[in-house]
Design a protein around this ligand. Structure first.
Ligand code: DGJ
Length: 728
């Protein structure tokens, strides 16, 4: 049992293999957060809380004359708003009289077998090897009939604890829920850094690290999407933490819409981190008997640095979030026609690309944007999911069969959640788009967003997808989303405070029904590249197109940032043409291949236009893909040298520690170069390993402490794959 409750149902321990999370319901029924860190014995640590009369920090009624008891200073599980905790809060209620106050006190608990579900939203599920355990803590609001249930899931082996909140209104009068975050972590002592992953379209998930101080640090999105600009995953760590050393706490939100994660020190140098749905334009009306569920947060702790923390996230997401046939099944090497043709293709051109690809060993052709409706550019056609047979020169079925006859699978692009004003769908249903009556909407890529909160919209989309996918032999779908949300108004739900979230629930509902209807289709998520690269999407799509930027050198930092939370197997990554279409940079075919191999591998160029020598390299790269597939997709991942230095390197080691693969890419060059020396990690200290670079054999201990010096200088952007094999 990972969940232990003692002291008359007041002291809670959530134990994982290496960590403990402790809470204590004190004598005033305030649920205190007393510890999260390295695994400890079951001793009540609430005595570490230092109580003092802190000026201008008031006292709740039960404190009586005790001025040393203040909600403004105590570490808590569910800080609420309006009753004397002036720090960031998790929950705000507006009552019928207009007052805004919420004060929740402990009522009881239950332990449930297995992990819990979050209604309408993705969440970690029980795996074959490990089942979760669930603790539910009930709390009641002191002056209304609102209750909350705090859910804690424990995946002991994976070192993961999950949290979410369910708010229920049991009263006669309605209540407005104006904020409902999923999680708060309070740390009484210590200094911390916050690592966040900001970016932009085609330059996602940079790594930013800042010291948490008294000015609030915030990572957030109000774009109606998890976004390119910020990722819903943050790390709080000791200032001295490195890849291999120090306390690190991860918080990863299982949600694809507006979010906030913030960290701040309070007046007494305590650090509070909160995470959940962004309260921007959020207010949910709860009538009698209604409930609201917040999305799940996945917490994980590492006592020895960022690499271990990342590994814990990689494993939990692979084993308990990713679903379906392709969770374990080998993904095909694909060729996507987007950067090869953009909208300018016909059936013959596609067939030629496919023929060449098949000869070189590529296993699937993906037909991207432009095959439907009136869609010769990105100004029209979205919503009209009817095959443009004139453009293809055949039906989709015939095209699919032709591709299958070449021995390849066939995939298709969709952008279901969007609508062009120049489309039959919009002409028939203008009210299906999100837009505010009487106000011209903002256009982005000249398109509007469908109101996914509407059942009729979702039913239409599922029908169109189903008709197309049942009529043609399609093995894969790329599900794209190419703008963010604004002009928030639903013709059905009206009130803007609920629309963002109801829209997201609608997206999940459609994806869920889609996956149930087509369980064998490989789904690749996409949002202008990596604009919706989050844990929730992994529940539906085991791979996500990582970025619209296919430049191998820019990809080093994009894939590096992505690796902190998301497994490499999830990262869609392709070899494209040189000069690169996004940056104009020229890198060798070899380097492009080496970088793309660390992901769900494919090509995105016209292979009829590459040299014989490069075609031979395609064969070689596909050989490497098959050779290293298990190592890359299942092995342990190590960040070796971050981008930004002279070279960037990363490594995979299999779980038996018999094979390792290191990829190294030079990112700059200089005259009379000093040698390149790389660290090697993850080997068994006591085994002997042969290194492919120079065939030398040394002990794991020597490799890991001495590293490897490259005997030959490398040119700018040159790359190497180096392996270590255990020799018995
Ligand atoms: C954005 C995607 O990221 C691209 O790969 C491509 O599918 C285009 N959309 C098509 O419009």
């Amino acid at each position: 049992m990972a969940i232990h409750v003692t002291q008359n149902g007041r002291l809670f321990h959530l134990h994982t293999a290496d960590s403990t999370y402790q809470m204590y319901a004190d004598e005033k029924d305030v649920l205190l957060h007393t510890y999260y860190g390295k695994r400890i014995e079951e001793e009540n640590l609430s005595d570490l809380i230092y109580r003092a009369d802190v000026g201008f920090s008031g006292n709740p009624p039960e404190a009586g004359g005790d001025r040393r008891y203040s909600l403004d200073c105590l570490p808590q599980e569910l800080p609420s708003s309006g009753v004397g905790d002036f720090r960031s809060d998790c929950i705000r209620l507006r009552h019928q009289d207009g007052s805004a106050a919420a004060d929740f006190r402990y009522e009881g608990y239950e332990i449930l077998p297995g992990s819990y579900r979050v209604p309408g939203m993705p969440a970690l599920y029980d795996g074959e090897e490990e089942q979760g355990e669930t603790l539910v803590i009930s709390m009641r609001e002191t002056a209304s009939a609102v209750t909350v249930r705090l859910f804690y899931g424990v995946f002991e082996k994976e070192n993961v604890i999950t949290r979410t909140v369910r708010v229920e209104n049991h009263g006669k009068s309605e209540v407005l829920l104006e904020e409902c975050l999923s999680c708060c972590l309070d740390f009484q002592f210590g200094d911390y850094d916050l690592i966040t992953f900001p970016g932009r379209h085609a330059m996602e998930r940079n790594v930013e690290r800042a010291r948490v101080g008294h000015a609030r640090l915030e990572a957030s999105s109000i774009r109606g999407a998890s976004s390119h600009q910020c990722n819903p995953a943050v790390i709080l760590c000791a200032p001295e933490a490195t890849e291999d050393f120090g306390d690190c706490y991860g918080l990863c939100l299982v949600y694809s819409g507006n979010f906030v994660a913030s960290a701040q020190k309070d007046q007494r140098e305590q650090t509070r981190v909160v995470m959940g749905i962004n309260p921007f334009q959020f207010s949910f009306r709860l009538e009698e008997g209604e409930a609201f569920d917040a999305p799940q947060v996945i917490l994980s702790y590492s006592d020895s640095g960022l690499t271990k923390l990342s590994r814990q996230y990689h494993r939990i997401l692979q084993e308990h979030m990713c679903r379906g046939k392709y969770r374990k099944e080998k993904r095909p090497v694909l060729i996507n026609n987007w950067e090869a043709t953009y909208f300018n293709f016909d059936g013959d051109k596609l067939a030629k690309i496919a023929e060449k690809a098949a000869k070189l060993g590529i296993e699937m052709l993906v037909l991207d944007d432009g095959w439907f409706g009136k869609r010769e550019d990105d100004n029209s056609g979205l919503g009209d999911w009817f095959v443009n047979e004139k453009k293809l020169g055949s039906s989709l079925k015939e095209l699919g069969e032709k591709i299958h006859a070449m021995g390849m699978k066939f995939g298709l692009w969709f952008e279901p959640e969007m609508i062009s004003e120049d489309s039959d769908l919009y002409r028939a249903h203008p009210d299906w788009a999100l837009r505010i009556p009487g106000r011209e909407p903002n256009r982005s890529r000249n398109q509007l967003v469908l109101d996914m909160s509407r059942q009729d919209v979702r039913d239409y989309l599922l029908k169109r997808l189903t008709d197309i996918l049942s009529d043609a032999p399609i093995d894969y779908v790329k599900w794209d989303v190419n703008r963010n949300l604004c002009d928030i108004y639903s013709h059905v739900h009206g009130r803007s405070g609920e629309v963002y979230h109801r829209h997201m629930l609608g997206v999940y509902d459609l994806l869920e029904r889609f996956c149930a209807r087509f369980p064998d289709i490989l789904l690749e998520g996409c949002s202008g590249g990596g604009g919706r690269f989050d844990a929730a999407m992994l529940y539906y799509s085991p791979q996500i197109w990582c970025s619209d930027n296919t430049d191998a050198i820019n990809r080093l930092s994009i894939q590096y940032g992505t690796s902190f939370f998301y497994p490499v197997s999830m990262v869609g990554s392709h070899v494209s043409a040189a000069p690169n279409h996004q940056t104009g940079r020229v890198t060798s075919f070899m380097t492009r291949g080496h970088v793309a191999l660390s992901g769900s591998f494919g090509y995105e160029l016209d292979l009829n236009k590459v040299s014989e020598e490069e075609q031979a390299l395609v064969k070689e790269q596909i050989g490497q893909f098959h050779q290293y597939y298990d190592l890359i997709h299942e092995g342990d991942y190590y960040r070796i040298s971050p981008p930004g230095g002279r070279f960037c390197a990363w490594e995979f080691v299999d779980r038996q520690r018999a094979h390792a693969l290191l990829t190294l890419v030079m990112t700059s060059a200089e005259g009379n170069p000093v040698p390149v020396h790389t660290t090697v990690k993850g080997l068994d200290a006591n085994r002997q390993y042969r290194c492919s670079y120079d065939n030398s054999i040394k002990s794991g201990k020597s490799w890991m402490n001495g590293g490897l010096t490259l005997g030959k200088a490398l040119k700018e952007y040159e790359s190497l794959l180096i392996t270590w094999e255990a020799v018995e």
